[in-house]
Write a protein that binds this ligand. Structure first.
Ligand code: ATP
Ligand code: MG
Length: 555
């Protein structure tokens, strides 16, 4: 193969391996999620990396469900993982389950015992902990460490046959209780768990540990480059030790920095807690950093892939700003989404000098970034809605929108001037504005060159469609919620705001589930899956600009 230019340190390693004809110049990667939750944007980084490398080097990439924990794994999660990887735009070459290797892994364990490299240990979990030592103190050998291998063999078979209680025995690797790397102090390879597994049911009551399963699954599948996150750097010597002792195909483990994203959390365990304790409405709640949440929110696979490309692959842990993910979407939607008008906090405007029965159809541009998108007709009539915050009765200095006796432009329509403010007699709340319009300004320009400073979006009352609009904000108030004692302390209670009685221009009646729209001046929106024919519900995918940047600057 031609030597390709490396765009990160992993590609440099691969290029070198290819030069040396390592693994017969094959490149074979895998993405190995545990089906104990839904995938999140951190997994997307790993997916893009593993599938991307396979594509670049013309090799296969497997999807492997790393399912050796009976207590937490479920078919629902397997299905969601498959759906999310496909949705992101990747096709796996082989679909594998670590649980399919249980028999083979068991044979490997027997082999290690026979080689004198593993033993059955009768210490209780607390005793094991005590014997392990600390970072500054070496551990102590288990009294069972030197038991004859045929005794271990017999006990291990009995463990498999269900003859012992949970926690009473483990199979441990015989490595070095004084190793400075605690992972190497005779780690457990098998434990007894009398639980039904979602795929193998009650066939097994001993389950292999992650470190034992992972390297051997990689080896069985002929993986060449086993890519994982930096936390596993300490486990690499164990990965290598097991494969060396068994003298089997030996992939190379390479670690990279996991993705951390500001104002959210990327840990399945914590995301599960948010779901179970009902902080959010399920794994696909549009506020969740899960792939399914982002999809429902309105993110596109392309924007997520572009984001992963932008952040790159390094060995340095950091927190990426949420804004970077949002910008990747803004950039795409700016090019691809049609503009429409919608008013989400409506204030009624009556144009006094506009004829009662008249209805005009005004030409509006669908997408100024895309000429081919053309124009559409939007109805205009005497009674309209504008946004409440586009009017101030006593305008502050830098407010250029509507105010008493001030003239502004209604986008694509006319100049209007506010003549009277109608208030609720009891509450004093502004109920309605009486305005006049200048017929000569049709289309939004004045023939006499008169200028206005503000341009407002609007929706005509007669033809408006009513809808619910859901506005989302960061799930957490702080940049790094993990800094708090309990990450949930900084949950943003205003991360979902539901607005009823929003008014949309009539073209949105036929909004399609997959379409994204720019509501002029408000952001990008899409239909939510909760919407029905007679009840439109829109999600705000993202605002037009990063509002948090401003807030942070002020602070
Ligand atoms: P979590 O901590 O969220 O439970 P995990 O590492 O336990 O994640 P796995 O299902 O084991 O989840 O992950 C599958 C693959 O995705 C692993 O190779 C893991 O390294 C990678 N991965 C998980 N989280 C991230 C992340 N935040 N950034 C990059 N890769 C990740
Ligand atoms: Mg894991």
């Amino acid at each position: 193969m031609d030597k390709e230019k490396a765009s990160n340190f992993i590609e440099e390693i691969i290029n070198k391996d290819l030069e040396n004809n390592k693994n017969d110049s094959r490149v074979h990667t895998r993405f190995p999620p545990e089906p104990n939750g839904y995938l999140h944007i951190g997994h997307a980084k790993s997916i893009c990396l593993n599938f991307g490398l396979a594509k670049k080097y013309n090799g296969p990439c497997n999807l492997r469900l790393d399912d050796t924990n009976p207590e937490t794994e479920e078919m629902e999660y397997v299905n969601s993982i498959k759906e999310d990887v496909s949705w992101l735009g990747f096709k796996w070459d082989g679909l594998y389950y670590a649980s399919d290797y249980f028999e083979q892994l068991y044979s490997y364990a027997l082999e290690l015992i026979k080689k004198g490299k593993a033993y059955v240990c009768d210490l209780s979990p607390e005793e094991v902990r005590k014997y392990r030592g600390t970072l500054t103190e070496p551990g102590k050998d288990s009294p069972y460490r030197e038991r004859p291998f045929d005794e271990s063999l017999d006990l291990f078979k009995k463990m498999k046959a269900g003859e012992f209680e949970e926690g009473s025995r483990t199979l441990r690797a015989k490595i070095d209780m004084a190793s400075p790397n605690l992972t190497m102090r005779d780690p457990a390879l098998y434990r007894i768990r009398k639980l039904s597994h979602y795929r193998t049911a009650d066939k097994w009551c001993i389950y292999p540990m992650y470190d034992f399963t992972h390297c051997l699954s990689d080896s069985i599948e002929g993986i060449t480059h086993s890519i994982c996150t930096l936390e596993f750097e300490n486990n690499r010597p164990l990965y290598d030790w097991i494969l060396d002792k068994l003298e089997v195909h030996h992939p190379q483990q390479i670690e990279f920095a996991r993705l951390n994203l500001s104002h959210t959390i990327l840990s399945k365990r914590k995301l599960l807690e948010l779901v179970e304790k009902k902080y959010v409405n399920g794994w696909d709640d549009p506020r969740m950093p899960t792939i399914s949440g982002l999809r429902r929110r309105g993110y596109t696979p392309e924007s997520i892939r572009n984001f992963c490309k932008t952040i790159g692959v390094t060995k340095i842990n950091s927190i990426i700003e949420m804004n970077l993910l949002e910008n990747s979407l803004r950039e795409e939607l700016n090019k691809t989404s049609n503009r429409v008008m919608a008013v989400i906090n409506p204030l009624k405007v009556v144009i006094e000098n506009y004829p009662e029965e008249r209805e005009e159809e005004l030409d509006c541009i669908n997408n100024p970034e895309d000429e081919a998108s053309g124009t559409r007709k939007v109805p205009f009539s005497k009674v309209l809605y504008i946004e409440k915050d586009d009017f101030q009765e006593v305008p502050h200095k830098k407010f250029f929108r509507l105010a008493p006796d001030r003239e502004v432009r209604l986008r694509y329509a006319y100049f209007i001037t506010c003549k009277e403010v109608i208030k609720d007699e009891k509450t004093g709340e502004i109920k309605e504005l009486r305005c006049t319009y200048d017929p000569a300004t049709k289309g939004g320009d004045s023939p006499d060159g008169r200028r206005v400073k503000g341009t407002l979006h609007w929706v005509a009352e007669k033809t408006a469609i009513e809808a619910e609009v859901r506005i989302y904000d960061h799930l957490f108030l702080t940049r790094d919620p993990n800094e708090a004692e309990d990450y949930k302390d900084n949950f943003n209670k205003e991360s979902l705001i539901i607005l009823n009685k929003c008014y949309l221009e009539p073209s949105l009646k036929n909004a399609k589930p997959d379409s994204k729209y720019q509501f002029e001046r408000l952001g990008y929106f899409c239909l939510d899956k909760d919407a029905a024919k007679d009840k439109l519900i829109f999600n705000r995918i993202v605002s037009l600009r990063d509002t948090w940047a401003k807030i942070n600057k002020k602070a």
